[in-house]
Design a protein around this ligand. Structure first.
Ligand code: TRP
Length: 329
């Protein structure tokens, strides 16, 4: 491809944690896919990160293939970009070790995810404490320019920059490139059924690819206030409105807003419209998803070829840091 070498790199990862939902899609996958036009993209399935909580080989495999099929169905171009499974390039664990030796324990203890796990009295394994180090290795080992992530991952990307800074202070400023987190303003937080952030851990998620009747059931179970049918309602700022904005045209949004404001239209009608808009917007991708998901050999093959390209993309950075550490290269 002409000019390929000059293109900037975009990198992001997503954990295989089961049932990709609309929050994952709008908050991370969709914006990441948009970067395909202008960047060389490196996207991966963060199975080594998932290992901090998931220790079931069947589920690990199932969730990994679900994600692979999801990205392909949504239009990730695996010929021109890099898409792989994190554990297929195990050098990232080596790179994480180098970073770990430049990273204070006190610094890691400030991570939200770690503090939350401790506060909830969860078992905190070493992997949870060093989660940001492995994530920094993902980012820094591939020499990337931008990291499109959801708001919840911003701190992790900032920590990666700090780690790069600590390494550079000792090994030389040109050792590691500092990447930028990018968070699309309009998709900062996607609300779930109960109005809290959509998250599997709250059980308030709307799955991205499921049978339409399951989708409909989930949408119909969005919590709304009990304003009587005839009273005016405000679509703006409601959960339905926030979701609808992502799946409707401006005219459709204005139309539904007007009807709700006029009174005589209930939240149930609004949910119908929301369901139809989601269904229309993802319907074709859903069909592709089910097709891809059936072909596990194809998915494995895509991931394997992606890992080969990822290894090549990481090689210069690995060599540079090994050399500067006084290791054999
Ligand atoms: N921690 C991210 C999440 O929970 C996944 C992830 C792992 C990631 N490595 C990354 C995201 C590197 C961006 C860049 O979703």
């Amino acid at each position: 491809m002409a000019g390929k070498g000059k293109k900037l790199r975009s990198l992001s990862g997503i954990r295989p944690s089961g049932n990709v939902h609309i929050g994952n899609y709008l908050g991370m996958i969709k914006p990441a896919l948009e970067y395909q036009r202008e960047y060389n993209c490196i996207y991966f399935i963060a199975d080594m990160h998932a290992l901090t909580t998931l220790k079931d080989r069947m589920l690990m495999r199932q969730y990994t293939l679900d994600l692979a099929a999801t990205w392909l169905a949504l239009g990730l171009d695996v010929e021109n970009h890099i898409f792989f499974r994190q554990s297929d390039v195990p050098a990232v664990a080596e790179y994480a070790w180098y970073l770990a030796c430049f990273t204070g324990v006190g610094f890691l203890e400030k991570a939200h995810a770690y503090k939350d796990a401790k506060a909830a009295n969860k078992e905190v394994n070493h992997g949870i404490l060093s989660y940001p180090v492995l994530m920094a290795a993902d980012i820094l080992m591939y020499d990337v320019d931008i990291v499109p992530v959801g708001k919840d991952q911003k701190q992790h990307v900032e920590m990666a920059r700090d780690m790069a800074g600590s390494v550079n202070a000792v090994l030389g400023d040109d050792t590691i490139k500092l990447p930028k987190p990018v968070i699309k303003e309009e998709v900062k937080t996607i609300p779930g059924l109960d109005g809290r952030k959509m998250s599997k851990s709250y059980g308030n998620e709307i799955p991205l690819f499921c049978e339409p009747k399951v989708l409909k059931k989930r949408v119909m179970s969005i919590k709304t206030d009990s304003t009587p049918l005839e009273e005016p309602k405000d679509l703006d700022g409601s959960v339905i409105g926030e979701l609808y904005a992502h799946f409707s045209t401006d005219e459709e949004y204005a139309d539904l807003k007007g009807r709700l404001k006029a009174g005589g239209v209930g939240w149930g009608h609004a949910k119908e419209d929301l369901f139809k808009a989601i269904d229309r917007s993802i319907g074709e991708a859903r069909e592709r998803y089910f097709e891809y998901r059936k072909d596990e050999n194809l998915l494995e093959d895509v991931l394997r070829r992606g890992a080969e390209k990822a290894s090549l993309a990481a090689a210069p950075q690995l060599e540079r840091i090994r050399e500067r550490l006084g290791f054999n290269v």
